[in-house]
Design a protein around this ligand. Sequence first.
Ligand SMILES: [Mg+2]
Ligand SMILES: [Zn+2]
Length: 220
Amino acid sequence: MWKVMCDFDGTIVPFDVTDRLLDRFADPAWQFVEEAWKHGRISARRCMTLQVSMIRARQEELDDFLDTIDIDPSFAAFVTDCRQAGAPLAVVSDGLDYVIDRILRRHRIEGLQVFANQLVAGGDGTYRMEAPFAAEACPAASGVCKCQRAGSIGGEGCRTLLVGDGRSDFCLGAAADLVFARGELLARARERGWAAVQVTDFAAARREFARLTGRMADVA
Ligand SMILES: [Mg+2]
Ligand SMILES: [Zn+2]
């Protein structure tokens, strides 16, 4: 039996929604904060916390923007495949819960467990971030520790499949039984010798998952 941990930015949405959101609504200095994180001067969690505090937007503006974001056209079918295979699936993201919930709901994807940072509205166009899923012990120092979250879903003896693309996936990539990867995650997986399959979108993820679970007929 498999359980599936699925990244959001760059995976369910083919680009980074958080970056687009900051581009649109945050003080341009968010890019300097990003650079500080990329060079290892601040943690991923600190980076996101600072960036979220730089957003200025009315909630309606935020919503209008989020309602322009499309997800991978095969993600809904992948969710169905997982349900039919009896494999629990959770979205694990170092992005923002409000963003993910709204985008998934608009695409009629319901009932998924989502682990992400909390976006808290100040009511005056300002926001702050809470990180209820951070783990001090995790070397990734992300807002959401994906390796620890993996322990909270699925039953005993469940194998872990990670679908992802970036640095926030590294801590779980090292612990997962198999990785469906693209981008920086694929490079890291190859470098470290993790069991990984290159998967560039959810059409490909569906084929590979069917192969894994012996349900080829579902996607044929
Ligand atoms: Mg990502
Ligand atoms: Zn971790």
